[in-house]
Write a protein that binds this ligand. Structure first.
Ligand code: ATP
Ligand code: MG
Ligand code: MG
Length: 341
């Protein structure tokens, strides 16, 4: 069996490792910080992305490199790519590392996004706000997740600043948020899981439910636009595509070039889940069957939700996934449950 290198050793890397193991592959995780995946990977390198010797040794020990974390510095990626292939490819990473590039790309292939303006510095903010009007959301272009690095403006007079190059987005009046977990194989085959309905609380994904309740025509739209994105990027792997449902149709919120929290339900709903699907794609195996066999609700266990675990373990039709993180800080994703409905 060959070895898959994974950049990032969080819970996504951990679940990718488990899926790889099941198919007879070894994994080597590269993670600068503490790693919830350390107990399931076959090897772990704990070193910063600036450590060239560590990066080189990591790349040489694996056959292909993938990632669960899209914000790996460009210099590290350049070095890794000179030694082994990176899947999904660099373009997918470059596009999605920066919200501005991402929105320009999406608009460029004819998809709808929230109206947006580049706010490179604080000085650009008044004009952008005047242009888009309020309410609006200022988001840092890089590194934001779980709603971090975002400021909501209720009126045109607000002047709070994120402290980094940002985009201002017009507020989208959506009736629901859904996401498509789409996969593209090395041979160009595309397979999408059923869109899930996402509910957020305080900027953090709380639950994903399938079926999502969209009309058949919107379901089809969602899958077709996700396929358009992965085809345009010549993508290999699993991608999460977050969508707003509006009166005028679907608007793309953001894309993530990796397995996605809103795809965890596939562990209980499909024969091949998103983690195995991603592993299959990056090693060049045929994609698996993405058909959904059950209705499922995924709920994240965040912070002190961990106190509910003893009770959850006793519930029928419930899968409990725990990430092995020591410290249940508020807002920290500690695990999730999949309830078969
Ligand atoms: P993630 O953890 O999904 O990566 P993130 O920090 O990248 O989150 P976004 O997905 O951009 O943040 O925004 C978080 C949530 O804020 C969205 O799921 C949505 O509920 C709301 N939101 C974001 N942008 C808009 C918008 N333009 N209009 C209305 N609501 C928005
Ligand atoms: Mg995001
Ligand atoms: Mg998001």
């Amino acid at each position: 069996g060959s070895t898959i290198g994974i950049l990032g050793g969080g819970q996504l890397g951990r679940m990718l490792s488990v899926a790889a193991s099941r198919l007879g592959y070894r994994t080597h995780i590269y993670e600068p910080g503490a790693s919830p995946a350390a107990d399931v990977a076959h090897a772990v390198t704990n070193a910063p992305y600036e450590d060239e010797a560590a990066l080189r040794a990591f790349a040489e020990s694996v056959d292909v490199i993938t990632y669960e974390f899209e914000n790996v510095p460009t210099a590290a990626l350049d070095l890794l790519e000179s030694i082994r292939p990176i899947r999904p490819n660099r373009r997918a990473l470059a596009v999605s590392q920066d919200r501005l590039t991402e929105k320009d790309f999406l608009a460029g292939i004819g998809l709808r996004t929230a109206p947006y303006r580049n706010v490179e510095t604080e000085a650009d903010l008044p004009a952008a706000l005047a242009d888009l009007g309020a309410p609006a959301i200022l988001k840092t272009r890089r590194m934001g997740y779980d709603g971090k690095g975002q400021i909501r403006f209720k009126d045109q007079e607000s002047r709070d600043w994120t402290g980094a190059p940002s985009v201002l987005e017009g507020f989208v009046e959506f009736s629901a948020e859904v996401s498509v977990i789409v996969a593209r194989g090395a041979d160009g085959q595309v397979s999408a899981f059923d869109p899930g309905l996402n509910v957020h609380r305080e900027g953090i994904l709380r639950t994903t439910t399938v079926p999502c309740g969209l009309s058949q025509s919107l379901l089809t739209d969602a899958v077709l636009l996700a396929a358009k994105i992965v085809n345009a990027l010549d993508y290999v792997g699993v991608m999460g595509v977050e969508l707003f449902v509006t009166r005028e149709g679907l608007i793309v919120n953001e894309i993530a070039p990796r397995v996605h929290n809103s795809g965890h339900w596939t562990q209980a709903g499909c024969a091949v889940d998103q983690f195995e699907q991603h592993i299959r794609a990056v090693v060049g195996l045929p994609l698996g069957d993405g058909q959904r066999y059950a209705d499922v609700e995924m709920e994240n266990l965040i912070g002190d939700d961990m106190e509910r675990v003893p009770a959850l373990l006793k519930q029928p039709r419930t899968q409990v996934h725990l990430y092995g993180k020591g410290d249940a800080r508020p807002g920290r994703k500690m695990g999730h449950v999949n309830r078969v409905l």
